[in-house]
Design a protein around this ligand. Structure first.
Ligand code: G4P
Length: 273
């Protein structure tokens, strides 16, 4: 953790703007606990990635919340290349006052230097690839930059550090741990699959009842009358797995991750609480 923090802090010194990447399904739970310490005063754009997997109303509510806190925030779907232009515009906007001042002093505008920072699996590599596209070009090393740091050119306006800053997730709170596990941010082996499946079923019962019913051929009465544990057992039987609820749990989690159980935001937007 100390090493990751040190490395991220070193990289931050090299850039103008930080893109802090989180998972739109868990925008708060996928933020690193010491992120503000690491970022300091550096302009930052909070990017809610995987918006295609999250509930769109909840994503909008989160964006409204962050903006009300004075935090620049945008939602994207890096995998399907959605929202990338909007993000680039946001970066330009952040830098506008700085370039204005430089221009007044007669200093020519230069490409904006960027880095991506986030916990594992938030989509950092995917976003780097989207940014750079197929015709990626690397600029040479810059003075004061260690040889390992390379800048990827994005058009004329941006340069991106080719390696993202990796932060560790936080999961002292068991509920946050479950959210990180079901979205694939931490290893499954750290938690029991049946606990995770039960957690997911609770959420889906309340928010995605129709999808849940259709996917596992459940009845209205099943959803209304069965406890979550009994629901898991029923789904296990529907899957033809007899009483192997561990395997059924794995399948439910896999279904969730592969978007077969609808769009879901597991962190409730603050304004809805
Ligand atoms: P990282 O560098 O931050 O660790 O994350 P990475 O880009 O490797 O992305 C982690 C997983 O999340 C990948 O899936 C990637 O495809 C997926 N992903 C990234 N951005 C989005 C997005 O906006 N929407 C969706 N739906 N998925 C996204 P994977 O299963 O690990 O690999 P793959 O076989 O799908 O590439």
């Amino acid at each position: 953790m100390a090493k990751a923090k040190r490395e991220a802090t070193e990289k931050i010194k090299l850039v103008d703007v930080i893109i802090e990447l989180v998972d739109a399904r868990i925008p708060e739970s996928s933020r690193n606990p010491v992120i503000s310490e690491i970022i300091g005063q550096k302009p930052t754009i909070l990017v809610l990635n995987k918006a295609d997997l999250a509930d769109s109303q909840a994503t909008q509510a989160w964006l409204n919340y962050y903006k009300s806190q004075g935090q620049r925030a945008v939602a994207i779907d890096a995998q399907h290349n959605k929202g990338i232009r909007g993000l680039q515009q946001e970066i330009q906007d952040v830098m506008q006052p700085y370039f204005q001042k430089q221009q007044e002093k007669g200093i020519k505008e230069r490409p904006i230097r960027l880095m991506i920072l986030g916990i594992p699996n938030s989509g950092k590599s995917t976003l780097i690839n989207r940014f750079v596209g197929k015709n990626q070009a690397q600029t040479g090393n810059k003075p004061g930059v260690t040889k390992a740091q390379r800048w990827l050119k994005i058009g004329k306006s941006f340069e991106l550090l080719d390696t993202p800053g990796i932060l560790w997730p936080k999961f002292e709170d068991p509920e946050v741990g479950k959210k990180l596990a079901v979205t694939g941010a931490i290893k499954d082996s750290l938690l029991h699959m049946d606990d995770l499946a039960l957690y997911l079923l609770e959420h889906l019962k309340a928010n995605e009842a129709e999808t849940l019913k259709n996917r596992y051929r459940l009845s209205e009465a099943d959803l209304e009358n069965l406890s979550t544990v009994d629901l898991l057992l029923k789904i296990t039987q529907q899957m033809g797995l007899r009483d192997d609820y561990d395997q059924a749990s794995e399948r439910i989690i896999h279904d969730f991750r592969s978007h077969r159980l609808g769009s879901a935001t597991l962190d409730t937007p603050y304004e809805a609480l």
